[in-house]
Design a protein around this ligand. Structure first.
Ligand SMILES: [Zn+2]
Length: 191
């Protein structure tokens, strides 16, 4: 049995992804659409002349959820921040790797963690790994990092950042839950 999970089950219906918009040819794959959109982007793009260090010296760790537009939601401009995203916005070893490089090589000082309501990880369990093993004959090395309580999950993530021995700056680490229906952030008390 193939394992698929409907992570959108708790949310409102989305747009029709197949509908061509913005003058993009109806033929072709979705990636073809992206490449075409990039041609238009580049046609008006001006080199901002920045180096790689984020202007606001902040790294944002967030869920990959498609409803979370980090730059719009946080008033961020090009060059302002590092954005590190994965399923759940979980602080994995690889997120610590990125944060370590962000702080030690590229000068960031603050970390903002953003999880959200209606996350797909709330509908999964660690059984997902077992089911995968049954299907493909190999157990993944990674944890699913599913959770039941989003507030507690944010606290867990803050704790992982604050206790990392690799990071230089762990004083300004704050965690939030983004409400996908109102667009508002709710800050989570680390205690
Ligand atoms: Zn999510």
């Amino acid at each position: 049995m193939a394992i698929t999970v409907d992570v959108m089950s708790t949310s409102s219906p989305g747009h029709t992804s197949a509908a061509p918009t913005g003058g993009i040819a109806a033929e072709g794959t979705v990636t073809d659409r992206l490449v075409e959109a990039n041609r238009r982007y580049a046609s008006v793009f001006a080199d901002p002349g920045m180096d790689a260090r984020p202007v606001l010296r902040v790294a944002v760790v967030a869920c990959m959820d498609a409803r979370l537009d980090l730059h719009a939601a946080l008033g961020l401009q090009l060059g302002d921040c590092h954005t590190i995203r994965n399923a759940g916005g979980v602080v994995t070893d690889d997120v610590i790797r990125s944060l370590t490089i962000s702080q030690r090589a590229l000068g960031t000082r603050s970390v903002a963690l953003i999880h959200h309501t209606g996350c797909g990880l709330e509908s999964l369990t660690e059984e997902f790994r077992h089911d995968l093993e049954m299907e493909v004959g190999q157990r993944p090395a990674w944890a699913v990092e599913s959770f039941r309580d989003v507030d507690q999950d944010v606290r867990q993530s803050m704790q992982r950042v604050r206790t990392s021995p690799f990071l230089l700056h762990t004083d300004d680490v704050r965690g939030f839950v983004f409400d996908v229906q109102t667009g508002l952030l709710r800050e989570i008390d680390p205690a």
